[in-house]
Design a protein around this ligand. Structure first.
Ligand code: HEC
Ligand code: HEC
Length: 399
């Protein structure tokens, strides 16, 4: 008797579970749950914020920047709210048939809703998609530490980043590209503001009782405005490029460039290797990955077991596994920041912001940088036989 009872019981239970599931799924039918920005938990934990302080940061950011569905652009940011609205929210069309939700349609699966570079596909990509929150960009026409210009970001969207998974968006309309550039700036300014706020807590004196002042002077004038000004002043930080002489003797220029490449001053050989295959010093990280490598070490050496277990949870759930950034193989002729001689000039003059690649500015004469550009451009066409007696023969397709 007992034996016959039990199967009945199980199936009633199963029906109950099924019913509960159907109800739960249908409760979400027809509505999209509102999206929210993820907190920068790595930085908050690094700075040992209390849960109350984490909540304060979230509340301030909500008031200053709104949500991924309903962005706010304070006038001090210089951002155009109408453009942001075209990119924000779920993918949809409005009455005039205009596409909305452009960021979620085209970018969020890699760069993440919050612009943290941790969208669902990010872990499978190398290099990882850019985390915009530190406000650091690599491929631009401005001095190393400065922001990219509006035009730099438009170029990135048009061309994509060759040799990486970052696609070209040349098929989007100019209006859509403009809006997406505005949205990248918005996520970046928001992320930089969050970082600035999180890093202010340890500077508070005792009578602040662990809370940041929520005044306009502090939040807007002291924190937000300097960040926004650096974005809005980017065009003034453009690299001054001397003209390459029209009558330049190309063979002599390439020979001079090669000398500089292997010489002590520019020392390109240190990383790009004697063969220029990118097999010199190849065990370094870019700034995003380095921050995680260094924090892992800090957590490993800490004695406060509560904090260590929280930090380990954050490292597992809110950070990608660190990856090294190999120096480029210069014999492929694939350049992430663009293949025009001018692009290579920018890369060599300013180095690559956020990456180990240093600036030649200050060590190499501005006019001589053109010789290095010409040498770099000749490398994909150099025959093994021309590599020189003191350098080994190489397999060009190693990377
Ligand atoms: C398939 C994944 C993918 C998609 C989709 C994608 N990106 Fe990227 N993006 C990347 C990767 C990877 C990088 C980093 C490349 C590198 O560091 O060399 C990147 C870098 C960038 C950069 C940084 C450029 C710099 O100079 O540092 C910007 C800006 C950017 N993407 C904007 C966008 C925007 C806007 C969209 C949507 C319209 C988008 N991306 C869609 C993968 C993606
Ligand atoms: C300390 C190591 C280091 C030194 C020194 C160095 N590079 Fe690099 N270089 C790198 C790394 C790393 C990358 C890849 C960075 C990235 O993609 O974020 C790179 C990338 C490049 C690129 C590719 C740019 C692009 O758009 O894809 C060029 C060209 C280049 N380096 C040329 C040079 C030249 C010329 C010199 C000497 C003046 C030099 N590098 C010195 C590490 C170095």
């Amino acid at each position: 008797m007992h034996r016959q009872d039990s199967p009945m019981k199980v199936s009633t239970n199963q029906a109950g579970i099924l019913l509960a599931l159907v109800v739960a799924v249908c409760a979400g039918c027809g509505t999209t749950p509102p999206a929210s920005f993820r907190a920068n938990l790595v930085e908050a934990t690094k700075q040992r914020l209390t849960p109350d302080q984490e909540r304060q940061v979230a509340t301030i950011l909500l008031a200053m920047f709104g949500t991924p569905d309903d962005p706010v652009a304070l006038p001090e940011t210089g951002l155009d709210e109408a453009k942001l609205k075209l990119c924000a929210g779920p993918v949809r069309s409005d009455i005039v048939g205009r596409k909305n939700g452009l960021y979620r349609e085209h970018c969020a699966h890699c760069h993440g809703i919050s612009g943290d570079g941790m969208g669902p596909t990010a872990a499978f990509l190398n290099p990882y998609p850019r985390d915009y929150r530190p406000g650091v960009f690599k491929f631009k026409s401005t001095e190393r530490a400065d922001k990219p210009t509006h035009g730099d970001l438009v170029r990135i969207l048009h061309n994509g980043i060759p040799g990486t998974s970052m696609p070209s968006f040349a098929l989007l309309s100019a209006v859509q590209v403009e809006a997406l550039v505005e949205y990248v700036k918005y996520l970046s300014i928001r992320g930089e503001t969050e970082l600035a706020l999180v890093r202010q807590y340890f500077e508070l004196d005792d009578d602040a009782q662990g809370k940041l002042p929520e005044t306009r002077e502090f939040l807007v004038d002291e924190v937000l405005t300097p960040i926004a000004e650096r974005w809005n002043g980017a065009a003034d930080a453009r690299i001054a490029v001397p003209e390459m002489p029209a009558d330049i003797d190309m063979m002599a220029s390439i020979a001079k460039g090669r000398e500089l490449f292997y010489g002590d001053k520019a020392n390109c050989v240190k990383c790009h290797g004697v063969t220029a295959l990118g097999d010199g010093q190849a065990n370094d990280y870019d700034d995003w990955n380095k921050a995680i490598v260094e924090w892992r070490k800090e957590v490993g050496g800490d004695k406060d077991s509560d904090w260590v277990s929280k930090a380990n949870r954050v490292l597992a759930g809110d950070a990608l596994r660190p990856r090294t950034i190999p120096p480029r193989n210069l014999r492929h002729g694939i350049y992430r920041g663009g293949r025009r001689p001018l692009d290579l000039y920018y890369r060599i003059h300013a180095g690559i912001n956020g990456a180990p690649m240093p600036a030649a500015k200050g060590t190499v004469d501005p006019q001589d940088i053109w010789h290095i550009v010409n040498y770099i451009r000749s490398l994909p066409y150099e025959f093994d036989g021309e590599l020189g007696v003191d350098r080994p023969m190489v397999a060009k397709d190693r990377f």
